[in-house]
Ligand binder design. Structure first.
Ligand code: SF4
Length: 389
């Protein structure tokens, strides 16, 4: 990896107080006793990666999960200290933390600010009590309102709110209620996710057994359209299939993924891509902690003893991943000049036939500067992505 290529750092916090009924993330409940040894292991993992590529600049840090707001300020500080000791963190770096609204009181928020955390992502999910109950979320809508107000008072001026649509029994009116409540809080950034029925989740079981209706694709499309209209009218710009922001407030960390640029992933079950290597770490927190007690002398960048799987990408693989990720960027798409600089070849020389075919079907738009999904193309993006790999 070039020494001047700024990376992003993702830190996976695999603990939650309760498990939401739709969630298939690598998170664990009733494991609070592991949080302190986990903190020490993450700090060690960061130091191992940093020591194998000294002087690597970093420009974003993202505490994701799981529920990062379960960590105390002292634990977050220990991890951030390992970041700044091991990487050259840019002045003005974006440092985000995902949080459950119930955890965000004034003292905690003030402590986060004093640590340099400057972006909050609050899991709102819905403003409708019956939907929050179906999700088994531990917060209600008042908690979101209180959390956003306390975050503003603590000085946070970059807040993301998440909502979920396409939920069993959700009506268009309910969805409008959640959108209105969310917009009233004036977040700088909004992420909207269609409910996925993930293997092993109660939500999927309930639908399979007929205890809940399956999500209705047509209704979900109407919800997406309604959201697009409301957000545009409220001054948000869509920049990715599921993400909108106020001008200049796109999430820099997530853009790193969508440009397919390098990022380090630490913590159990984290993924990373750096030095041409894509990797993932051990899922189980106890095994992860134990692995990081091992000698790391032979680990080349970006690997550590906690890495469970890794693969070196050749240029063909990196091109395919870059196209799939960047086509998610609704405004920018794949920038042809940047693509040519990075890979030394014109995009149309590699995938011209496929791109021109989808352009003829009205699914891609192509000009001298970029290739983008059209609105119709966004609905059929999986078909396009399959052909590009
Ligand atoms: S809080 Fe988030 S990570 Fe934890 S169970 Fe719920 S959805 Fe999953």
């Amino acid at each position: 990896m070039s020494a001047c290529e700024a990376i992003s750092i993702y830190i996976h916090i695999p603990f939650c107080t309760t498990k939401c009924t739709y969630c298939a993330f690598n998170t664990y409940t009733n494991q609070e006793s592991l949080i302190q040894p986990f903190t020490e292991a993450v700090a060690r993992e960061l130091r191992i990666v940093g020591s194998s590529a000294p002087g690597t600049p970093a420009h974003t840090v993202f505490f994701g999960g799981g529920t990062p707001s379960l960590l105390t300020p002292r634990q977050l500080d220990a991890i951030l200290q390992a970041v700044t000791d091991s990487f050259v963190l840019a002045a003005g770096a974006e440092i985000s933390l995902e949080a459950n609204p119930n955890d965000l009181d004034r003292d905690y928020l003030a402590a986060l600010r004093s640590l340099g955390i400057n972006r909050l992502s609050i899991g709102m999910q819905s403003a409708v009590p019956s939907e929050l109950a179906l999700f088994a979320r531990r917060h209600d809508n008042d908690a979101v309102v209180r959390a956003v107000s306390a975050a503003r008072a603590a000085g946070f001026d970059n807040i993301n709110l998440d909502l979920i649509y396409g939920v069993p029994h959700q009506t268009l009116d309910n969805w409008a209620t959640s959108l209105n409540q969310m917009l009233a809080l004036q977040p700088e950034h909004v992420s909207l996710y269609a409910l996925g029925l993930e293997d092993g989740t109660p939500m999927k079981r309930w639908v399979e057994r007929g205890q809940l209706p399956a999500p209705d694709d047509d209704l979900s499309a109407d919800m997406y359209e309604l959201a697009t209209e409301r957000l545009t009218a409220a001054g948000y710009e869509q920049y990715e299939i599921s993400n909108w922001s106020k001008p200049g407030r796109a999430c820099r960390h997530n853009l790193q993924y969508w440009y397919n640029l390098p990022y380090i992933g630490v913590g159990p079950g984290a993924h990373g891509f750096a030095g041409g290597i894509r990797y993932s770490t051990i899922l189980n927190p106890q095994r992860y902690i134990r692995a990081l007690q091992n000698d790391a002398a032979d680990c080349p960048f970006p690997l550590t003893p906690a890495v469970a799987e890794w693969t070196a990408l050749d240029q063909r693989g990196e091109i395919a991943e870059t196209l799939i990720m960047s086509l998610r960027l609704t405004r920018q798409g794949v920038e042809r000049a940047a693509f040519a600089r990075r890979f030394g070849v014109d995009l149309l020389d590699v995938h011209g036939e496929t791109i021109e075919r989808f352009a003829r079907f009205g699914l891609l738009s192509v000009d001298d500067e970029r290739v983008r999904l059209t609105e119709r193309g966004r609905l059929l993006s999986n078909v396009i992505f399959r052909e590009l790999v």
